[in-house]
Design a binder for this molecule. Sequence first.
Ligand code: THU
Length: 141
Amino acid sequence: MEQEQIDDLVRRCQEAKTHAYNPYSNFRVGAALLCQDGTVYTGCNVENVSYGLTICAERTALVKAVSEGHREFKAIAIASDLANETISPCGACRQFLVEFGVSWDVIMTKPDMTYKTMKTGELLPLCFVPESLQEEKVSKV
Ligand code: THU
């Protein structure tokens, strides 16, 4: 990926964070998702009074993109307000990311615009993916 594209995603995920609907956790998260064709979708966390219904920023961005016809992605950048830690996607979001491939980039940022990058599959080792359903099975008894 070009540095310019990375810088743009890092900036856009910070901006997306400003739309977070987070009255229960007071924890803002933003995401910026780069599709293979260059389109970028952003997302934020959207909480609910029935807490378990909360949708994370990463899944908001992915659902926006997939619902507009995109299934191939280059990278997703994520931002929070944590001063000293890069934001790390939750387990549910990691599973959502590997659905669309195990070797695209997750750019985990800090508010000072520094970041670390890992592949989707590195964040969820031994993951269950669509191909898993096609693996050989024992015959049914
Ligand atoms: N959250 C995200 O949006 N993404 C993550 O990867 C971690 C957690 C949100 C969910 C909830 O609204 C708040 O952060 C606190 O858990």
